[in-house]
Design a protein around this ligand. Sequence first.
Ligand code: GLN
Ligand code: ZN
Length: 761
Amino acid sequence: MTIAHHLGFPRIGAKRDLKWALERYWKGEITHDELQAICKRIRNENWAQQIQAGQDFLSVGDFSLYDHVLDLSFMLGVCPDRFKPAPGEIPTDTYFRMARGSAPTGTDTFACEMTKWFDTNYHYIVPELSEAQQFSICHTHLFTDIIEAQLLSKKVKPIILGPLSYLWLSKTQGAPFDKLALLPKLQKVYLDILTKLQAHNIEWVQIDEPILVLDLPLHWQQAFQSTYQFLQVNNLNLLLTTYFADLGKNAQLATALPTAGLHIDAVRGKQIDDIVAILPENKILSVGIVDGRNIWRTDLRQALQTLTHVKNKIGERLWVGSSCSLLHCPVDLQMETQLDPDIKSWLAFSIQKCHEITFLARALNQTTQTIEAELVASDNIVSAKKASARIHNAHVKKRCQEVTPDMMQRKNPYAVRKVAQEASLNLPLFPTTTIGSFPQTSHIRQLRQQFKSGQITEKEYHASIKQEIAFAIQQQLELGLDVLVHGEAERNDMVEYFGEQLQGFAFTQYGWVQSYGSRCVKPPIIYGDVSRTKPMTVDWISYAQSLTDKPVKAMLTGPMTILGWSFVRNDQSRQETAKQIALALSDEVRDLVKAGIKVIQIDEPAFREGLPLQKEYWSDYLREAVLAFRLSASCIPDHIQIHTHMCYSEFNDTIEAIANLDADVITIETSRSAMELLKAFENFNYPNDIGPGVYDIHSPRIPTTSEIVHLLEKAAAFIQVKQLWINPDCGLKTRDWKETRLALKNMVSAAMLLREKYSLT
Ligand code: GLN
Ligand code: ZN
């Protein structure tokens, strides 16, 4: 019998129940017992859904109070000294302190680092391992959850992150050492865990080793062999799961490991046939065919065809699964009452995906009477979607086809443009600017709320936003900044703001996905050809510009960021969608120029996030990403200055692509590393202007003038003085005005000191 299973269910609850519970607990509004009761309810609701969908296993280990990697650290006793529990402290509180940063006495200590989970928008808590690290089973939540699930079903599948991925994703503390030196100790504790699982009557364990899709150094590849040889427990089957890409060069390694089963991602990976060909006899192959990373309904007939082909070769050894954990999908499509019915019919969220998986398995087993009826229903939706006038816009498609290389290239090289821009903008040495947003005060948020709920009219809302803009301009004039911004008071989110105004985007009510801990995001859905029907920012920016003779910098979100932070189409390439977005943005750029705007920033904070997991695909991605940016930004005369912004400066491996963007000015994050990251610029002669962020906007601390001067002097060691700008390292929307004013005042003073110093030499 073909088994139906998913690789993990969302833990936030259909209405973000976990978020609300956590926040109330942290504020002291509910007790620990109440928090636990809510979590138990979410787990039980998740299991009820899985049972109802006919899944062959209930999943355990996918629920987490904050993050599953932190859960594992906690279970293994990996707790840095600075978080050692206070006497009598409940473990959950120690756990939260690790995630959120405070010492046992309640004083602040830095939290564990958080970083992106592979190429997703989920963030995990990075384990910190010391050279003398010991591991033992310190917490037993995994086993208590199993007992809880076993009350509902005999078939429970625990999910646990594998030892090699755990090690790979962790960082070392103290003097550097080879993490693999800890592997023997880690193997022992994993063997203990597996032995205990077997004692809990577990038959199958899902052991996630997503690093198998990465380019692994040889000694890591070898470590897989020895580890899985060691992790053998009688009567316990391991399903080794890989996801987010195909196995690439690790295909042979992964299939040959001594585990009872292997799971591959058949949505992002394109290797099914290769894997089937080398699959050892007796090994189970779980084919992840239902997309765990996107919200589209599965084309059931096509999926069944693929699976049948596999089944013909491996028979009963085939399992059907989600491509990866459903953590990256919203919970329940049924909750969407306001979505356009056509669009809704094209979608499936986690619950619906569980049903799809089960249907496919049952269809393979021929145990469902309604196979053909369901396939026909699916076909109808597939063909209706294909033909839908909502998706296809002939004008957009034609425009995309007619894109020529000259449209992705400024007319003249930067050296020529720089002269024209100097004449037009007349800026001093070390020009000062900010990244776009100014404090989103509670007043601004309230206005938006009132407008959305109909308490105030559009006219009233616009008038109030204009007041905010005027205030921001006034503040910047008083501070003496050189290139001003309007402050982004009208935006609550840099992608949503544009998505709401572009054709081809849909928004859900409950389409939340966990980003980290209690934080969730609701990505827009790009379902159709993207176009702009009218200007999106011109009124606000023109108004700001009308208040001052100094240049006001317009703010747009770049194509790769809009793409990266949305659910994207699966019926055309990402590159094609990026092109459409870029063309829509170029329309906006042109209109801004027509309105007399001379400086335009196109933010690309998600540029790096889009990098493929395997290096061999990097150059393709970078080429497409650069072209999309340039398509949005090249349609303008030389004297118009294009800025871009990225919230990081790890440019060592991408600096050429960054330079290829050919933005006149790039502002980046460098303050937290005290300009260390500018080393990428040491061996690379970056041609255009750069604003290395001079202070960390994430901290309420006010930087001093001399500190800023010092940082800029450090930057001047890597970059020519005439290329340098002075700015904070990101937008100021999370800060308050008092901090903002004080920090910017010091920043402007620093610019003056530097001008004096460097104009003399
Ligand atoms: N212009 C945006 C802002 O200032 C940029 C945000 C970002 O880099 N993430 O808020
Ligand atoms: Zn930023």
